[in-house]
Ligand binder design. Structure first.
Ligand SMILES: Nc1nc2c(ncn2[C@@H]2O[C@H](COP(=O)(O)OP(=O)(O)OP(=O)(O)O)[C@@H](O)[C@H]2O)c(=O)[nH]1
Ligand SMILES: [Mg+2]
Length: 333
């Protein structure tokens, strides 16, 4: 069994390194699988491919629904492919359910890149798959880099915690905004503005050109007073039209400038190092939780103690101490 597994891992690794896209897809499916044996194989595969990873720029792209993410990614990735870059597009979509479909599923908005051999699109995995979404995406990035993609784009919807998660796995973070949405600054979007390296006011075309320019100026003023998301890099604000491609080459220039500058100062490398630690601690958390909640004895205990907590017979802090002690003792047996 084990020997077969080793052969499978060796085979997949070799094929990925030699540029076999089907083996890449198959391996990502292994990573997303909830089966223990698949997880074991996936981990071995990752181990053998890690030395071949890291050589890419990882770009996060976020924005509210309808702001133009799909259209923008289509234009942007299409432009990069034209320059000879190899692009993998992944998605983090914590809200995705079967009925809603997942982001990146809307291939209609991705006409430019849909059949481009230098662009790989991997939709967001379903909720039922293994592990945390961020960890799975990190692993998928490693496989994509080993395959030879030099540009990794992670798309996420601009709601909730997903943007913060994406920030912990990318080098560069781009926030798409609508013209005229300046009052968002006071509200919801402030958090996303603070973690972005570049704000792009999209849909700067037709009747919206002037408004987009005004919006750009308002945001430029605002970011001036914020702490930059990346040390030594002043957050930029530009306009674009994903529809007519204006601003797209300039955005790529900015990203290259960012890469060069942060590599010079060391900020690029130190962020990646921090991210590796983040990854490590998030796995510890996940594995501890799995171990704890996966134990049938613990679940039985929890069931009993819950009743007492509900009616105030025992306070939660005491209850948690009792059950954790029970857990620790059960490990020593
Ligand atoms: N005028 C104009 N319209 C745009 C531009 N980019 C996108 N749109 C339009 O805006 C609408 C939404 O675009 P999408 O690319 O689907 O936006 P999205 O952010 O992916 O939306 P969700 O996937 O629903 O979150 C579509 O009708 C697009 O044609 C642009 O640069 N200019
Ligand atoms: Mg979309």
């Amino acid at each position: 069994m084990d020997r077969n597994d080793n052969k499978l891992v060796k085979d997949l690794a070799e094929k990925i390194l030699s540029g076999d896209i089907l083996s890449l897809s198959k391996s990502i499916t292994l990573i997303e699988s909830v089966k223990d044996e698949h997880q074991k194989t996936a981990r071995k595969l990752l181990n053998s491919l890690v030395p071949h990873s890291g050589n890419s720029i990882r770009i996060g792209i976020t924005g509210s629904p309808g702001v133009g993410k799909s259209t923008f990614i289509d234009s942007f990735a299409g432009y990069l492919a034209g320059l000879g870059r190899k692009i993998a597009i992944l998605a983090i979509d914590p809200s995705s359910t079967k009925s809603k479909g997942s982001i990146l599923g809307d291939k209609t908005r991705m006409q430019k890149i849909a059949n481009n051999p230098n662009v790989y699109i991997r939709p967001s995995p379903s909720r039922g798959s293994s592990g945390g979404i961020a960890d799975r995406t990190r692993e998928t990035i490693i496989l994509c880099e080993a395959y030879g993609f030099d540009t990794i784009i992670i798309e996420t919807v601009g709601v909730g915690q997903s943007e913060v998660l994406v920030r912990t796995i990318v080098d560069f973070f781009l926030l798409l905004l609508q013209p005229g949405g300046g009052d968002e600054l006071q509200g919801l979007k402030k958090g996303s503005v603070e973690i972005a390296d570049l704000l792009v006011i999209n849909k700067a075309d037709g009747d919206n050109i002037n408004l987009a320019e005004l919006t750009k100026n308002a945001y430029s003023l605002a970011v001036h007073y914020l702490q930059p998301a990346t040390p030594g890099w002043e957050t930029k604000v530009v306009t674009s039209s994903a529809l007519n491609m204006s601003g797209i080459p300039e955005i790529w220039e900015i990203i290259q400038d960012f890469e060069q500058k942060t590599k010079q100062t060391g900020a690029f490398e130190s962020r990646r190092q921090e991210q590796n630690l983040d990854w490590f601690y998030s796995l510890i958390e996940k594995n501890l939780k799995d171990l704890f909640f996966g134990s049938s004895q613990i679940r039985k205990k929890l069931h009993n103690i819950e009743k007492k907590i509900k009616i105030g017979k025992i306070i939660p802090s005491d209850a948690s101490e009792i059950i954790l002690n029970y857990f620790i003792n059960s490990l020593n047996k």
